[in-house]
Design a protein around this ligand. Structure first.
Ligand code: NG1
Length: 538
């Protein structure tokens, strides 16, 4: 792991845009946006911001819905980001200031998003902070609250310095990551808001990048989605021009993966993001989609493990990766290397096939069947698998979900291998070829099919857009992010990017009436950008 992707590295504080964006065109395109944010902050709050927290969105190149099963994923940060300008506004002036946090005034440059004002309360100095977040609605302020809540409970709890009082903060947000589009605007919001509260309370230096990933994962759960750590890791740890292979078990680890390059633009891969324009509201649909998949994969892990005589305590809910490690007798805390992991996955996929009926085959198990297959009593089952998360389903498709997760985890390792092999240079020449792009593209296509048919997280528009993309010359195309709407990512040769985008415009009905500016908003080439940081203003 290079230093830059080290989860133990400090969170960067920068003082100029060239420490964030790596080329002159991007810096000049971005500086207007940054200056506008500073001017608007001053107009609204009567003074300049002291800092701007920045967190990028991400595109997941491959590895969908496997982070919460603790298998590695391969995302990259994109240049689109969330910026939050902040300044302290003092501590609480209430009669008993230790029971109430400083006031937060959160505004958004986008007028569609209403301002929010709130403070957190607690019963006394030793109790948890109370800051209600409505999990049934999607409100941008919830992400701000989630960041604040995490910082309060981590740093202003009785176990830390009791007498310190959290600062109030004025903040102004602007974002270029579309929401509900699978580019992780939610994680970018939570990372940027967490950074804002950390910096204003002088706590930034107390966390490493890895700590920030963990804290923001916890914070995001408070909004109602039991996400894995992919988005937070990509937003925090990414490095310009490199994708990240993020692994979660036994510890969070990020390995920089250089994407293949070729001296010929014909074989230089470019990733193009295209928004299906179907908005997928993960929070609202969590019971029947995202959170249901979390439960299905966890129960699948228990049923598989039990059938393979893996030891599982009655109160545990191990993930598929943990079951695989136990089945392979990997010592606790030991990292299973990529080749052993691949072999293990291939074997476990075989076992999953032979246990197809036990896992509910294609139609799934009823709740009764699920409880029976788990080997737990009804009450125990509910306590372990259903008491902490709300789901709504008549059938639970353990076989399909497990098969997707295990085969997708294998594809991530194969994608990584191709990137590593093709970027190993001989005499300074990178050796990406048509074959490299075809092999990567095939894995992306297989990933999409698996998401659509086994994990059932696609939708007709994403299926259409990926198929149009293949017809328009992409080597591979797949949904990216949680799915059920949102974006696709396609692998295209550099030479063909413009004609590819033009062909999408002609073939995907919602794009036909768009002018060039509108189209640029929804279809764009991207290259890996840098991770989150705090910009310090004078
Ligand atoms: P997006 O695309 O941001 O909704 C979600 C999860 C990820 C991961 C992907 C599916 C959040 C914040 N992120 O991503 O952890 O599970 O779905 O691969 O919920």
């Amino acid at each position: 792991m290079s230093n830059g992707t080290d989860a133990h590295a400090p969170i960067p504080t920068v003082t100029s845009l060239d420490e964030i964006y790596d080329n002159v065109e991007t810096i000049s395109a971005q500086s207007g946006r940054w200056n506008n944010l500073i001017d608007e902050f001053e107009k609204r709050f009567g003074r300049k911001p002291t800092h701007i927290a920045r967190a990028p969105g991400r595109v997941n190149l491959i590895g969908e819905h496997i982070d919460y099963a603790l298998f590695g994923v391969l995302p990259a940060a994109i240049e689109r980001d969330i910026l939050i300008a902040v300044a302290p506004s003092g501590t609480s002036d209430s009669a008993d200031a230790t029971k109430s946090s400083g006031p937060i005034q959160a505004q958004n440059l986008d007028e569609r998003f209403q301002p929010h004002e709130f403070t957190a309360e607690r019963h006394d100095e030793t109790s948890e902070w109370h800051l209600p977040i409505d999990k049934t609605k999607l409100a941008w302020g919830s992400y701000v609250k989630a960041g604040y809540f995490g910082v309060l409970n981590r740093f202003f709890h009785h176990t830390s310095k009791e007498l310190e009082r959290p600062q109030g903060v004025d903040l102004l947000v602007t974002g270029s990551v579309p929401s509900g589009a699978g580019l992780s605007s939610s994680a970018a919001m939570v990372v940027a808001s967490t950074l804002s509260f950390l910096v204003i309370n002088d706590k930034l230096h107390e966390l490493t990048k890895g700590n920030l990933v963990e804290l923001t994962m916890e914070n995001e759960k408070r909004v109602g989605v039991n996400s894995g750590g992919m988005d937070q890791a990509a937003s925090v740890i990414s490095m310009t021009n490199e994708a990240l292979h993020v692994t979660f078990h036994p510890n969070l680890h990020a390995e920089a993966i250089a994407l293949p390059k070729s001296t010929s633009p014909d074989f230089n891969p470019v990733f193009v993001i295209a928004n299906s324009l179907v908005v997928s509201d993960k929070v609202v649909s969590a019971k029947t989609q995202y959170n249901l998949r979390v439960v299905e994969t966890l129960v699948a892990a228990r049923v598989l493990g039990r059938s393979l005589h893996v030891q599982i305590g009655p109160e545990e809910k191990p993930t598929l990766k943990e079951i695989l490690d136990r089945w392979l007798n990997v010592q606790h805390g030991t990292v299973l290397g990529p080749d052993d992991l691949k072999d293990g996955l291939i074997r476990l996929i075989r076992e999953t096939e032979s246990l197809k009926d036990t896992l509910g085959a294609d139609d799934g198990l009823t709740l009764e069947g699920l409880i029976h297959a788990s080997g737990l009593g009804p009450r125990e089952f509910r306590d372990v698998y259903l008491s902490w998360i709300e789901v709504d389903a008549t059938h639970f498709k353990l076989y399909k979900r497990a098969k997707h997760v295990l085969s997708e985890a294998l594809r991530v390792l194969q994608f990584r291998d191709i990137c590593i092999a093709s970027t190993q240079v001989a005499g300074g020449e990178s050796n990406a070829s048509a074959d490299t792009l075809e092999r990567l593209g095939t894995l992306m296509n297989e990933s999409h099919l698996s998401c659509a048919e086994l994990f059932e997280c696609s939708c007709p528009e994403l299926d259409e857009l990926t198929s149009v993309a293949r017809g328009a010359g992409a080597y591979g195309s797949r949904l990216t992010g949680a799915g059920w709407g949102g974006c696709t990512v396609s692998l295209v040769s550099e030479t063909n990017v413009d004609s590819f985008i033009q062909k999408l415009k002609e073939a995907y009905t919602p794009y036909r009436a768009m002018d060039d500016d509108q189209l640029r908003e929804v279809v764009f080439a991207t290259k890996p950008g840098g991770g989150a940081c705090v910009f310090k203003l004078d």
